[in-house]
Design a protein around this ligand. Structure first.
Ligand SMILES: [Zn+2]
Length: 417
């Protein structure tokens, strides 16, 4: 009788303490983060994207990467991925998401919760098809692209397999001086938003840095693979902190470019290091995120395409996607504690970044350009009506059309709570 009584007390004790220890509260110990990366540098001879056709890679200055971070709050994991390339197309992104979801075993990670972005380097592979031997032939290399899809999907699965208890800190700073708006000089957002994931010993697992500027210090004379100043940013971050470092490109349309008195790797190095220095300084006074619970919403939609050249390129199969009257694409919004993220499916103008940030009620705020897609320039309707805006002729020629911005904002307004 006495023994039974003791066992009962012991059971009650175990249940009570067990419940306290294992309950899925969104506290620091239950939240987990994993990260992984691998090079995706294309072989010599690959067509490089950006600038003129028929620009083939002759070597490597710095490796290109696919990098992934998985955030798991115990109920609703989400993955953030960045690939060093000019801009992945939506069908490629969906192939990556489906494969990544099927390869991920550590957590249940639905394909839709895998957010894939591109840095927009102009010294990376032609992942769209526009820069082949000439304007009539695609530069899209199916063998390389298959490998890119596999490697990128693998990084999501590896990041999930690496999940470990983590805490999150956030910081925000400014980086001005070399990113300018070449079309509307007054409209430029120099905000740098940073999220860092730390393990239980305070060691960095991953940093995510969001800033808007074309990685185009190097010009069309460069024939070696590089992620431009983003590569220098990666190098400077890696010299200071362990773990993975993801650069999340911001809203660069309309037209946010680096100041380029020279087109050299030395200048790219200077800019990348400057952004890293500012990021690292901001992290010294970062704010801890107390409850890093994850929320997520996405919205596939059809982007209206008025650009006849886009439709022709699609019809000629220069680009690997249908685009008759519109292009299927998607936006997503997610939050990790107070930090909020929204995606834009192309190179959006700062005005849309500002409008997107205005939808968010807490911060820091991350606007991810080239999110899920590269549909070209998403610019103000005014660019189509007033050709006196500098570069408006070029920008409108590489834009889906005047309805792109409003349509994208309509989709975001429907999902940002
Ligand atoms: Zn661009």
């Amino acid at each position: 009788m006495k023994t039974r009584y003791l066992i009962l007390i012991l059971c009650v004790f175990v249940i009570l303490t067990g419940c306290t220890g294992l309950r899925s509260t969104p506290g620091a110990l239950q939240f987990r983060v994993g990260a992984a990366s691998a090079p995706v540098t294309p072989p010599v001879g690959t067509f490089l994207a950006g600038y003129d056709s028929n620009r083939r890679s002759t070597g490597v200055h710095d490796d290109l990467y696919a990098k992934a971070v998985v955030f798991d709050d115990g109920t609703s994991p989400v993955a953030v991925v960045v690939v060093d390339c000019v801009g992945l197309q939506y069908p490629t992104v969906n192939a990556m998401r489906a494969l990544a979801a099927s390869k991920t075993t550590e957590v249940t990670l639905p394909a839709e919760r895998i957010i894939i972005t591109s840095t927009h380097t102009h010294c990376g592979p032609d992942v769209i098809g526009l820069w082949g031997p000439d304007s009539a032939q695609s530069g899209y290399d199916t063998a390389y692209m298959d490998q890119l899809v596999q490697t990128t999907a693998d990084q999501v699965a590896r990041a999930a397999a690496n999940l470990q208890p983590a805490r999150i800190v956030c910081a925000e700073t400014q980086c001005s001086g070399w990113a300018v708006n070449d079309s509307e000089p007054g409209e430029v957002d120099h905000t740098v938003s940073v999220l860092q994931c730390l393990d239980q010993n305070g060691k960095s697992i991953a940093t995510l840095t969001n800033f808007a500027c074309h990685p185009t210090v190097l010009d069309g004379d460069t024939t070696v693979a590089s992620s431009d100043w983003v590569g220098a940013f990666y190098g400077a971050m890696a010299a200071a902190l362990p773990g993975e470092h993801l650069f999340l490109q911001g809203a660069i349309g309309g037209w946010i470019q680096p100041v380029t008195p020279e087109r050299t790797f030395a200048l790219a190095e200077k800019y990348g290091k400057d952004l890293a220095d500012k990021t690292l300084t901001a992290l010294k006074s970062a704010t801890a995120v107390k409850e890093p619970n994850v929320k997520f919403a996405n919205r596939p939609f059809v982007m209206p395409v008025a650009n006849e050249a886009f439709k022709q390129m699609s019809a000629l199969k220069l680009i690997p996607r249908p685009m008759r009257d519109g292009a299927e694409t998607e936006v997503a919004w997610f939050s990790i504690g107070p930090a909020q993220f929204a995606t834009h499916p192309g190179e959006s103008a700062p005005v849309f970044s500002n409008q997107t940030k205005a939808l968010m009620d807490t911060g820091p705020k991350f606007v991810l350009g080239l999110g899920f897609d590269e549909l070209g320039y998403i610019i103000k309707p005014a660019f189509f009506q007033n050709s006196t805006i500098p570069h408006s002729e070029y920008l409108t020629s590489m834009s889906p059309g005047p309805d792109a911005g409003p349509k994208m904002m309509e989709a975001l307004e429907a999902i940002v709570p």
